[in-house]
Design a protein around this ligand. Structure first.
Ligand code: FRU
Length: 501
């Protein structure tokens, strides 16, 4: 017994010595075992599994030596980290891009049809003898494990210093590959077409439009049915903005419109801004190419204002939960809807249900159920009644609702460790009118993050939080509420399994 205790203590000490900060390690979100990550990139379903690549520094926990890290999954929640797929070389760094399945071997790069071709931005920093250059390049893989850079790189080079983040997909109606790529400083999305991924022809430009307060980066472009009607579709052009987001720092907007194989036309006036996520910490959200219906997307859960300072070790950076995307008609127009992917439900355990109006009774039960756990899935419908202010305490932050303004908020101003950056403490909010007199919420908490889905997915707020000793989940209100209908599940960890090679 003594020996066993000593062994456990020793193992614990070793973990601490290695700086393994286990309390903040996401349990059902992807994070690399160690080192720095920013944007997800190259997301694709290919060769029988989901591939998640990510901007990765193989050498440390700050941005640098950018390469494509790699992880695979069959269900989007249990990830296995693989060896680095595309590594920085003497030619420069490997920035964000996308991956496609080349079914007809149009590129001629596949040993057999159906290989994965990844299209990435090569970034050559400014040197004493040459200016900075960003251009588009290919790498391919026949087995989904090892990538080879194409010897004819770059495939698209305009000599520009800022020209990055190609999103490439097969556009069946015009029978060509289409690339959307950014001119960040000019706030423009450029469209190119190609028969073989190697020769690219400029098709059109979109922008500036919407929010233009920072660089435009990380475009995504996909077609979705409106209200599940496959005959009535629109294209979503999603664009990262750094800085200039509503909540401060980096964040994302989207445009809805039509695409004829050459040109995107915005359905809305050019000054209409639609935000993808109202929180501080969702950037470069990308869909998986070649995915099922509905499509899934995930983003980098961070903000360039403080990404290099977040207090985690030996890794820095994590992804959002995978989300399913759809379009819905609202009184204000057609809008993007995001909900956690159904696969999250496969992690649910220890279900707890409450129906009533007595907050004291609810909190006593919640204290017994949720103390000590900080990875959970909460679904709640609340009829505010006489209350004007309602708030859940989640991982030391407040997820609240102001009945008068009809706005939902996440306040992490005093939640745990906020000291590492003056930009971190914050309160983010979004419009979420009551529906039939009720507030509907889904909240995913995972040790160091809170994702709030309100108004049936029309509004999302993603925020990091670093609780010191997370309080049990609880509810408060400034008056008696009419009714609370709540379900809570603990979510099983996928972390242990994730990183066994
Ligand atoms: C966005 C971004 C991309 C770029 C990558 C570099 O976060 O700046 O535009 O490709 O990060 O790591």
């Amino acid at each position: 017994m003594m020996k066993r205790t000593a062994a456990v203590l020793l193992a614990g000490a070793l973990l601490l010595a290695k700086g393994q900060d286990r309390s903040y390690r996401p349990q059902f979100h992807f994070s690399p075992a160690r080192n720095w990550t920013n944007d997800p990139c190259g997301l694709v379903y290919a060769l029988g599994r989901y591939h998640l690549f990510f901007q990765f520094n193989p050498e440390g926990d700050q941005w640098g030596h950018m390469s494509w890290g790699h992880a695979v999954s069959s269900d989007l929640v249990r990830w296995t980290e693989m060896p680095v797929a595309i590594r920085e070389d003497a030619g420069g760094m490997i920035f964000t891009g996308s991956s496609v399945t080349d079914r007809a071997n149009t590129s001629g790069l596949c040993a057999r049809p159906g290989c994965i071709v990844s299209i990435y931005t090569g970034h050559r920093p400014k040197s004493a003898s040459a200016p900075q250059v960003q251009n588009q390049n290919l790498a391919f893989s026949n087995d989904g494990i090892v990538w080879t850079k194409y010897t004819g790189n770059p495939v698209l080079d305009t000599g520009k210093a800022d020209f990055r983040d190609p999103k490439v997909f097969w556009h069946e109606p015009s029978r060509q590959w289409v690339m959307v790529v950014m001119l960040p400083r000019e706030r423009k999305a450029q469209f190119y077409g190609s028969p073989d991924l190697k020769r690219w022809r400029h098709l059109s430009d979109f922008g500036p439009a919407g929010a233009t307060g920072g660089d435009w980066e990380c475009p995504d472009f996909y077609e979705l049915p409106i209200d599940d009607d496959a005959k009535n579709t629109r294209w979503v052009l999603k664009i990262g903005l750094n800085p200039g987001h509503l909540a401060g720092g980096s964040g994302e907007q989207y445009f809805i419109g039509r695409f004829d194989g050459e040109r995107f036309t915005n359905d809305n006036p050019p000054d209409r801004i639609l935000w993808v996520d109202y929180g501080r910490d969702c950037y470069c959200e990308f869909t998986f190419n070649n995915d099922s219906n509905p499509p899934h997307a995930l983003g980098w859960m961070n903000n360039w204002q403080y990404a290099g300072k977040v207090p985690t070790s030996p890794w820095r950076g994590q992804m959002t939960v995978p989300r399913t995307l759809s379009l819905r008609t609202t009184p204000e127009g057609v809008r993007l809807v995001q909900m956690p992917a159904a696969a999250i439900e496969s992690l649910r355990e220890r279900a707890f249900k409450f129906r009533g109006a007595d907050i004291g009774v609810l909190n006593a039960k919640l204290a017994a159920r949720s103390s000590g756990s900080s990875s959970y899935d909460l679904v709640a419908t609340i009829r505010p009644g006489a209350a004007r202010q309602i708030a859940f305490k989640v991982l030391d932050a407040l997820v609240g609702y102001d009945v008068r303004s009809g706005r939902i908020y996440v306040d992490r101003t005093h939640a745990g460790d906020v000291s590492f950056s003056p930009k971190f403490p914050s309160r983010t909010e979004a419009p979420a009118p009551l529906r039939n007199g009720a507030l509907e919420l889904r909240i995913l908490a995972d040790r160091s993050s809170i994702e709030v889905f309100a108004d049936d997915g029309l509004v999302v707020l993603t925020n990091l939080v670093y609780p010191k000793s997370p309080a049990a989940l609880s509810l408060s209100a400034d008056g008696t509420v009419d009714g609370i209908d709540l379900q809570l599940w603990q979510l099983r960890s996928t972390w242990q399994r994730s990183h066994i090679r």
